[in-house]
Design a protein around this ligand. Sequence first.
Ligand code: G4P
Length: 528
Amino acid sequence: MSFKTEINRRRTFGIISHPDAGKTTLTEKLLLFGGAIQEAGAVKSNKIKKGATSDFMEIERQRGISVATSVLAFEYEGIKINILDTPGHKDFAEDTFRTLTAVDSVIVVIDVAKGVEEQTEKLVKVCRMRNIPMIVFINKLDREGKDAFDLLDEVEQKLGLQVVPLSFPIGMGYDFKGIYNLWEKNINLFSGDSRKNIEETVEISDLKSDDLHKLVGSKAAKTLQDEVELVEGIYPEFNKEAYLLGQQQPVFFGSALNNFGVRELLDCFIEIAPKPRPKQSEERLVQPDEKDFTGFVFKIHANMDPNHRDRLAFIKIVSGTFERNKPYLHVRNNKKMKFSSPNAFFAEKKEIVDISYPGDIVGLHDTGNFKIGDTLTEGETIHYKGIPSFSPEHFRYINNADPLKSKQLYKGIDQLMDEGVAQLFTLELNGRRVIGTVGALQYEVIQYRLEHEYGAKCTYENLNVHKACWVEAKDVKSDEYKEFLRVKQRFLAKDKQDQLVFLADSPFSLQMTQEKYPNITFHLTSEF
Ligand code: G4P
């Protein structure tokens, strides 16, 4: 196959949802279609189960699972599909945000009964900021849920999307009869006794025909006719260009658990979802079909074996081909590196590969050379943009509990931060280190890993911080800025990139500070 054909047949995407909406179940059903797995239950959820917050073995076990499910690749109808795993647990939201820099599109899963939930809102917001094409899958139609129109309204309101239903449910819960596919103009009947099977569909070219009445009964047929008329009246026609620009989001209904509505979703996905897209670097826009390889690190995963401190760095290939044993430039370190055993990922295993194409992910063994956001090229100096840090939600001082092991502690902190486990801030006033995290769970993970991987011990001390704000001054020489630095010294810190951060202790103090220093901007993300 030619280089161009290889690029054009790749689809790299992520599935995002609030925990429990059905992301794992849907992933599994997609893999079943691809023949990548033989039976349901083969894909392990990597979510941290409720109540597992202080169970270190559980965290470790889950970490192991999430290596295995980081990338799930399979072939369907000649298309190479790469699903990138995005943890749903809110404590690992940063991980998901970073993964979203490596996808070309996403599928958003929503529980029909619960509607739009908090985590979905946050993740979709990030996708909207980046104009990532999104398809919405409304799941669990076999259960009683919200009215389809109300739910579509909610999706538009809360997520700020412009939805276009491409399928529509016939009944719901106990009365769920099936799905009318507006895309293919056919009906997929849901039957109680064959729930676990891949369904047969019935072509319906005219909703007013007797066939529909015979299939679903006259009451349901009438309702469907009215609803489809309403859908066609309210919603715009599907426009692939608008979808690709992130301006319109097609919606499918189904039940992942029952493998219902999933084939329709997948068939539409491979037809409309984008092939690998060009990516902006600080220097220029890079096209996937350029000859020379470029790629960037979006995720680093520590090895499960505490005796080997090596890690797996996940690289998204943006352009060219990545080849085994070929020297590449690590741009930040300005160093050539060769990789003898790059891993490619398949449904449940990883394998050493000789060549990978744009859209693919390779896993490289790393002994501490990589940081999240690093770029690899064939020699050109390129820095890929767009792996922002968000203000953490929790802040604690980290203290050394074993003075003899301070070197180990600092090395451990350094490496864990490079992996993106949490963020480190160093106070300007006294050099004390503050760890910021998205969830409290990370503190336990860090403590555990420092001890087991680095032989260092730490304790934490609470610190009252509301938000970390990256500081941008219009004029760093102005009196206003100098005064700000002097008056707020106690609240200032540097992040790992040496950027100045204001640690606001309350929403009120943030507001006051902003009002007092109008020429300084306080950003809640590191990318502005
Ligand atoms: P997540 O990855 O988004 O967190 O969700 P996951 O797929 O693990 O699904 C969460 C729960 O919802 C699971 O039940 C799963 O079986 C159920 N589920 C997924 N899709 C459907 C559907 O279409 N209909 C119905 N009725 N349920 C669905 P659980 O009891 O929490 O887990 P398990 O013990 O079944 O694994």
